[in-house]
Design a protein around this ligand. Structure first.
Ligand code: UT7
Length: 441
């Protein structure tokens, strides 16, 4: 895992006084910010978006293929040969939710970057299993982290969501609107999976991954992104009930419409097509060839999809493609950041590497990004003082959140003096007593 790795040295821009970035850099990247100096002279400062922190977290409970044999009509051999999956982690404890998994992953990412939560400008939470329809899961994460200066929103692009989130982070940073953006993929898919449907329950797992994206003048980072969608395939992977089209009712629950439904074959065909095409697009935009790529971190849905697309169509050799779905199954938005953390821990990523993330999912959606990785990955010494201080800030964040809730509660239970005045006025009007009648009478 990403624990214990050293934060990178990275120059972080100060927010310039004016708006309006000017994209006058090299063709494939290099947006530059125009800053007006004293005297009105314009200077152009390059601005790049780098991943500077990473972390992941999965729940403890593991369900193996053999465990699934006890639940549905399946077997280890079928699951391994058709998907590559051997086991998956599930949030068995009801207290474990998409938020708690995300917070654990995000704290690790902040630790690696050595950036306090108070510096985050924006939290983008990609998830298909949000805590609620609203409020946004990102807001609950913001509160738990004590990220008091951050905007926060959820991003719904299913398994492509994490790469969509990176694209949002890059855009915010290159526009000069943010210095630090926390991008999270978090899932508790075990809560929306039909455990009697062998076509889907064998595939999915729970977990979270997070990265901190920072502004920098160091060339490189997230060079290019490709985002795509095809809503005509929306019904091939869908959670039918619980939205405005089919609100939850006794009927939707009794017919199991609150569970994920999938046409596996259709999704498979779509995935093998778009993974290669989207990868090609970002490589062209970044000015890379497939031969130059050092590491591909694909969405971990099915080993055969990765083989048919990245390996066979793009001819990128197996040793350059990081695959860990055997241990986690498909964790949707969390699969790429979890795999990234493991790739880093396994020594697969070094400064100067050309990296691609590519994913696909419900929507239908797809997304890829090309990265010129510049962040050092060396191990850091454990720092007792820093760890203690960090723990103290998390406790302070929890206390602050409780205090704010308590203040709201007090406002709710205390009689509102203004409302009391209005009530008294209405009583007087209803009983025909005029203002000042007491004194006069
Ligand atoms: O993040 C995006 C999420 N979704 C995906 O990535 C899904 C993409 N699709 C897939 O990964 C594959 O389509 C699956 C793994 C879901 C299914 O693999 P498949 O090779 O397309 O199998 P299939 O649906 O064509 O089923 C083949 C046979 C069927 O039996 P018959 O009709 O040939 O007798 C199924 O009933 O396998 C049967 N089957 C199973 N057998 C044992 C389906 N599921 C299972 C199972 N265990 N779990």
């Amino acid at each position: 895992m990403a624990d214990g790795t050293k934060p990178p040295d990275r120059p972080v821009n100060n927010r310039p006084a004016n708006n309006g970035p000017a994209n006058n850099g090299p063709a494939n990247n290099g947006p530059a910010r125009q800053e007006l100096q004293r005297g009105g002279e314009a200077v152009y400062r390059p601005r790049y978006a780098h991943i500077v922190g990473w972390g992941s977290y999965v729940p403890e409970k593991v369900i193996t293929n053999h465990d699934l044999e006890q639940i549905v009509d399946t077997n280890d051999e079928w699951i391994r040969s058709r998907t590559g999956i051997a086991e998956r982690h599930v949030a068995a404890d009801p207290k474990e939710t998409s938020v708690t998994l995300a917070v654990a992953a995000a704290r690790k990412a902040l630790e690696v970057a050595d950036v306090p939560a108070g510096k985050i400008d924006l939290i983008v939470c990609a998830t298909t299993t949000p805590e609620y329809a609203f409020p946004a899961t990102a807001c609950l994460i913001q509160d738990a982290l004590g990220a008091d200066n951050a905007g926060a929103f959820d991003l719904s692009a299913a398994c492509s969501g994490f790469v969509y989130g990176l694209a949002m982070a890059r855009g915010q940073i290159l526009a000069g609107d943010a210095e630090y953006v926390l991008v999270i993929g978090t899932e508790t898919l075990s809560r929306i999976v039909d455990w009697t449907d062998r076509g889907t329950c064998i595939l999915f797992g729970d977990g979270a991954g997070a990265v901190l994206v920072a502004a920098s003048e160091v060339p490189g980072g997230i060079l290019a992104v490709d985002l795509g969608s095809d809503g005509s395939g929306g019904n091939t992977l869908i959670l039918p009930a619980g939205g405005s089209a089919l609100p939850t009712s006794l009927e939707t629950v009794s017919s199991g419409m609150h569970y994920l439904k999938m046409d596996g074959k259709a999704v498979f065909r779509f995935a093998t097509r778009v993974m290669a095409a989207s990868t090609r697009k970002v490589l062209t935009r970044a000015g890379y060839t497939p031969e130059e790529v050092d590491l591909v971190v694909p969405h971990q849905a099915n080993l055969r999809i990765i083989q048919n697309s990245v390996l066979n169509q793009l001819k990128i050799p197996e040793e350059k493609v990081f695959i860990n779905l055997e241990k986690y199954g498909n964790t949707s938005t969390a699969s790429i950041p979890i795999a990234l953390c493991e790739a880093i821990a396994a020594g697969k990523l070094r400064t100067g590497h050309k990296v691609v993330f590519v994913g696909f999912g419900a929507g239908l959606t797809w997304a890829a990004c090309a990265i010129d990785w510049r962040t050092p990955i060396d191990k850091a010494e454990a720092d007792w003082w820093k760890n203690t201080r960090r723990q103290a800030t998390y406790s302070a964040a929890a206390a602050r959140s409780m205090w704010r809730r308590a203040v709201r509660w007090v406002y709710d239970v205390l009689p509102d003096p203004e409302a009391k005045g209005q009530d008294a006025r209405r009583d007087r009007e209803e009983t025909g007593v005029q203002e000042g009648a007491d004194e006069e009478g």
